[in-house]
Design a binder for this molecule. Structure first.
Ligand SMILES: Nc1ncnc2c1ncn2[C@@H]1O[C@H](COP(=O)(O)OP(=O)(O)O)[C@@H](O)[C@H]1O
Ligand SMILES: [Mg+2]
Length: 474
């Protein structure tokens, strides 16, 4: 897929001296550039917004609107544009100033046509190079995309290879990785490559339901099994019959239920709550967690026998910070997705925005990257995403290390951090729990114990309806 031939290269010349414009046209006309020009600065801004030229040639001695002001406006409108200044002032402080403000070169009048032309050709070559790089990116995305999972790092290629080998044969599988690393995406890929890709994929979040209901939800219940069970209920295992049951946040499953799950995995049969009858089932189980189950076994928070059963076949996904080679491709795919969604033509990120993304530590992993770029696409006004379109915490990530910070205990620092995340996400505890890498239930418990959200928490129904993890994609 080549973008090269489709995007013509366009140059806008702005000069209030009408004699300069034909000169520019004569110099550049034959080079296959799409030339537009105007003597009116306001019209110029309109043309930039509409035509999205890659180059602007600008005389800063413009009448009403001072040239440097116009330069600033141009760069603000489209941070990706290359601005060349053509001025009647000799090279001076003014030129330095213009370059600081974002111009990429400075020529004085009378124009040295040959040198000017050579420079523009050079810049055109750079733009073409960028377009080619974009086209290569697109090819890479296709090449390094596996069942909708993007990655080219050695670690992700290993994940792809494991998915391919495990999917045809597994009965149970454990997927581990921090929040937002793509566990559910991997589970779906495994289902797609399983012998029954058309069967059901039933996702069940063990952290999103109160402990007393979890067994009837999973295994079903007969009428009268408990107060409120007014009719027979089909559980998730039966519902997923022939397909895959995805047990998300398995680390939050109560110990009693864990014992029953182990039995189900071993016998391939279930008993509805309140019934002695065993029913045969045919379900592949994929469990996922961000927790260190082995450590939980050590603390008696997770059953050892279930852990060994589940971890026999395992796929672990490393955090994004450990595979930054994947960043450019992921960025590209999310830009594409969200610029389409918002009906914008976003070509890419400015160099400094790319640097900011590369430096950041991504505690919320790919989900956080996706949300960040979705937000940036929404904010972007030009055809390029710049620093101002990124959330502020990305630009000053290490404020916590600053020396003015008072020295506090680990416990206090933890509380401050939790508070900061919850507040930064506007009180959305589902998202906050994802960013913090803990389950929603754990976050609720923490806040209940530590306040100051205890009031807000108390008014929330505990064990509110299961909320799908994917809500953050909206
Ligand atoms: N490698 C990847 N390529 C493309 N999208 C990804 C990748 N990893 C994660 N995502 C996206 O990030 C978001 C979070 O992924 P998800 O599978 O829900 O993470 P987890 O279950 O580990 O918290 C989803 O929108 C998913 O599509
Ligand atoms: Mg998830």
């Amino acid at each position: 897929m080549s973008h090269e031939d489709r995007t013509p290269i366009c140059l806008l010349a702005i000069d209030d001296d009408p004699r300069t414009l034909p000169l520019v046209s004569a110099a550049l006309g034959q080079d296959g550039l799409d030339l537009i020009n105007t003597t009116d600065p306001l019209l110029a801004l309109k043309l930039i917004a509409e035509r999205r030229p890659q180059f602007v040639v600008l005389d800063p001695a413009l009448g009403e609107m001072r040239g440097v002001d116009l330069l600033e406006k141009v760069v603000e409108l489209d941070p990706g544009v290359d601005v060349v200044i053509v001025s009647s002032q000799p090279w001076s402080q003014c030129a330095v100033h213009a370059i600081q403000k974002g111009a990429c070169d400075y020529f004085t009048k009378p124009l040295d046509i040959e040198r000017f032309r050579a420079r523009i050709r050079e810049l055109v070559e750079e733009v073409k190079q960028r377009q080619r790089a974009l086209a290569v990116d697109m090819e890479l995305i296709t090449a390094f995309q596996f069942q909708g999972i993007v990655g080219r790092s050695a670690a992700m290629l290993e994940v792809f290879s494991r998915i391919r080998r495990i999917a045809p044969h597994f009965r149970s599988l454990l997927i581990t990785g921090a929040t937002g690393t793509g566990k559910e995406l991997v589970a779906k890929a495994v289902h797609q490559l399983s012998p029954a890709p058309k069967s059901r994929f039933v996702a069940y979040n063990c952290a999103a339901i109160v402990d007393t209901l979890i067994e009837s939800e999973l295994f079903g219940a007969v009428k009268g099994a408990f107060t409120g069970a007014t009719q027979d209920k089909v559980g998730a295992f039966e519902y997923a019959s022939g397909g895959v049951l995805f047990l998300d946040e398995i680390g939050d499953m109560p110990l009693g239920t864990q014992a029953k799950l182990l039995r189900v995995l071993q016998q391939q049969e279930i008993q509805r709550v309140g019934s002695p009858v065993s029913r045969k089932i045919d379900v592949r189980v994929i469990a996922a967690t961000h927790c260190d189950l082995k450590k939980m076994v050590g603390h008696r928070q997770f059953r050892e026998d279930l852990y060994y059963r589940l971890s026999m076949i395992q796929i672990s996904i490393p955090p994004l910070a450990e595979r930054k080679e994947d960043l450019p491709l992921l960025q590209r795919i999310f830009l594409q997705r969200y610029s389409r969604q918002y009906g914008k033509q976003i070509r890419g990120l400015t160099r400094r925005a790319q640097v900011a993304l590369a430096k950041y530590c991504w505690p919320g992993n790919v989900r956080e990257l996706e949300n960040t770029l979705g937000h940036a696409c929404m904010m972007a006004e030009g055809g390029v995403i710049d620093l101002r379109d990124l959330p502020p915490h990305l630009l000053h990530p290490s404020a916590a290390n600053s020396e003015e910070e008072p020295m506090v205990s680990l416990k206090e620092a933890q509380f401050q951090h939790v508070k900061r995340v919850v507040e930064a996400l506007g009180g959305n505890k589902i998202k906050a729990a994802q960013v913090l890498g803990i389950s929603r239930a754990t976050l609720y418990r923490y806040l209940e114990l530590h306040g100051p959200y205890s009031h807000a928490v108390a008014t929330q129904p505990v064990g509110a309806p299961a909320t799908n993890d994917n809500s953050s994609q909206a």
